[in-house]
Design a protein around this ligand. Structure first.
Ligand SMILES: NC(=O)C1=CN([C@@H]2O[C@H](COP(=O)(O)OP(=O)(O)OC[C@H]3O[C@@H](n4cnc5c(N)ncnc54)[C@H](O)[C@@H]3O)[C@@H](O)[C@H]2O)[C@@H](O)CC1
Ligand SMILES: [K+]
Length: 504
């Protein structure tokens, strides 16, 4: 797993490091890495380093200091470097001196200009003629989006941007963006990923993220968030072994859909079929439709007749009436792990006595989208989705998978996984039903619920990406919209892909 640490965790570790290694030494390490990566980007876009031009956007703090020192290192490789100072009187003194000693220039961002923007002519010229821009406007101490002068400079950038630590304008803790922001091609960060690199708009604005070792590792506590690597999901994805039979791999029960709306039943059952090789039982009024689409599913009319299962996936399309409530109650009373989605979340929100049906020792997974989350908690979801998911996981003693372009998976003990889809192809009717089936199947196979959600979320978003790109299988090519059936069809491709990653 990749760790993600909050700015507070990083700052505390940094203080411990500074007790042993002086701050300027650490900053030079950080800045040197920025310079090395910028040189790589320069080579990619201009086929060379010496004689190329780099503009540094420099704010008031140490983030700007990193940029200035990176500029000094680039000067040594023959790059023409101009620092554009957003707060000239507050610019990092040692970094600025290092840049000047190395032959770099520094100009104020504001000054007499040819237009009404207030951007000085030299600053405008530096940004517009640069081959690569380094964003050192603001880092870990960022508050809010870019201020007007910085925003105006950033608006003029039309070349690749290397962000120091994080793209300026994103909230370091939540990844939220509510105004002008830097869109980086590459973010060079220090010691470990920060939440803004993996959450929401921040993840998009970060571009590629390079983590540089500056000696913080020994001082970092357990990470606040974690991101699963495809290879580890692939290595752990349940597949049959020589001694397995259909029962030993886990039987999943699917309680979804209705006679009028059988789609949810077909999709959730199909996802369970595609996810693992054991057995899928369907229980509900769409039994005939499910059987005709998925002949391998053992389908019955009601949960009472379903037979033994190792886990239940319940909710999509079961309705909010008495029959849906009965289904949910039966499933919760079964003493088996349950993935409760869609209508079951609303049913739980409408009737809190349903919580009494649950055996507290048996894992429960809740998979709300923002609307269901608000119903369940009685309050709207704010920008800090991680804190919200963690709080609700603890409150309901359940694993909470909060849906969105960035999926947050919180366990009751506070562990949080993040899955950033990096695309929006999953925004299609029925995709949630597929996710429910995937999670149910993994629970039945005995995968720990928090990980089961992480595995399912990853395969779900990967399958959508593969389906959208069809035969090209190339995410840099334009994709085409998909429906949930195409998503479902791509699930085996996605599983093969992560299993292949595990072999590499
Ligand atoms: N934490 C670490 O381990 C290390 C941190 N380093 C660098 O230090 C940075 C943090 O430095 P600082 O704490 O000095 O803070 P920043 O450089 O992030 O911010 C400096 C100042 O900018 C102002 N500011 C906040 N939001 C703003 C906005 N939206 N627009 C304009 N100005 C804004 C604030 O008043 C703040 O004091 C990191 O991001 C990283 O680049 C590195 O030098 C190496 C080690
Ligand atoms: K920055």
């Amino acid at each position: 797993m990749l760790g993600v640490w909050t700015p507070d965790q990083i700052r505390a570790a940094e203080q411990q490091l500074f007790a042993r290694t002086p701050e300027p030494v650490v900053m030079r390490r950080a800045a040197h890495a920025v310079a090395v990566h910028t040189a790589r980007v320069l080579t990619e876009v201009t086929d060379g380093v010496a004689g190329r031009r780099v503009a540094l956007l420099v704010g008031a703090g140490n983030n700007g200091g990193d940029a200035l020192w990176a500029g000094a290192f680039l000067r040594r490789r023959g790059v023409g470097v101009t620092a554009v100072l957003l707060a000239p009187e507050k610019a990092h003194a040692a970094g600025l001196a290092a840049l000047r000693r190395a032959g770099g220039r520094a100009v104020p961002a504001e000054g007499a200009s040819a237009d009404t923007s207030g951007i000085g002519a030299e600053a405008a010229d530096a940004v517009e003629r640069a081959d690569v821009v380094i964003d050192g406007i603001v880092g870990l101490s960022a508050r809010g989006s870019l201020r007007p002068t910085a925003a105006e400079l950033v608006r003029r950038v039309s070349v690749p941007v290397v962000a120091v630590d994080l793209p300026s304008g994103v909230d370091p803790v939540t990844g939220a963006v509510d105004g002008p922001v830097v869109q980086a091609d590459l973010t060079v960060t220090f010691g470990g990923r920060k939440p803004c690199h993996v959450l929401g708009a921040g993840a998009v604005c970060s571009g590629e993220v390079e983590v540089v070792d500056i000696g913080l590792d020994d001082h970092l506590p357990a990470p606040e968030l974690r991101v699963l690597r495809p290879a580890e999901i692939g290595a752990d994805w349940p597949v049959p072994g020589p001694s397995d039979d259909k029962y030993s791999q886990g039987v999943v029960g699917v309680a979804a859909g209705s006679a009028t709306y059988p789609g949810a039943a077909v999709l959730a059952s199909g996802a369970a079929v595609q996810a693992t090789a054991g057995m899928v039982r369907y229980a509900g009024p769409a039994a005939d439709v499910v059987r005709s689409r998925w002949p391998e599913v053992v389908a019955t009319g009601s949960v009472g007749d379903a037979g033994r299962v190792q886990a239940w996936a319940v909710g999509p399309g079961i309705g909010l009436g008495a029959s849906g409530r009965d289904v949910l109650q039966h499933v919760l009373e079964s003493g088996r792990p349950v993935c409760a989605d869609a209508d079951s979340i609303t049913l739980l929100a409408n009737d809190p006595t349903l919580w009494d049906a649950r055996d507290p020792d048996v894992p429960l997974v809740l998979t709300p989208h923002a609307g269901e989350f608000a119903r369940l908690t009685g309050q709207e979801l704010g920008p800090d989705r991680v804190a919200a998911a963690r709080e609700v996981a603890a409150r309901f003693d359940a694993v909470v998978l909060l849906k969105g372009n960035t999926t947050i998976i919180a366990a009751p003990d506070g562990r949080v996984l993040v899955n950033d889809a990096q695309h929006a192809w999953l925004a299609t009717a029925g995709s949630g039903d597929v996710l429910t089936g995937l999670i149910g199947a993994l629970l039945a196979s005995g995968v720990e619920p928090w990980l089961a959600c992480g595995y399912a979320a990853h395969v779900h978003s990967l399958a959508a990406d593969l389906a959208a790109h069809g035969e090209t299988d190339d995410p840099t090519e334009p994709g085409a919209p998909i429906g949930a059936s195409a998503l479902l069809e791509a699930v085996p491709l996605a599983i093969r892909k992560i299993r292949r990653a595990a072999l590499a």
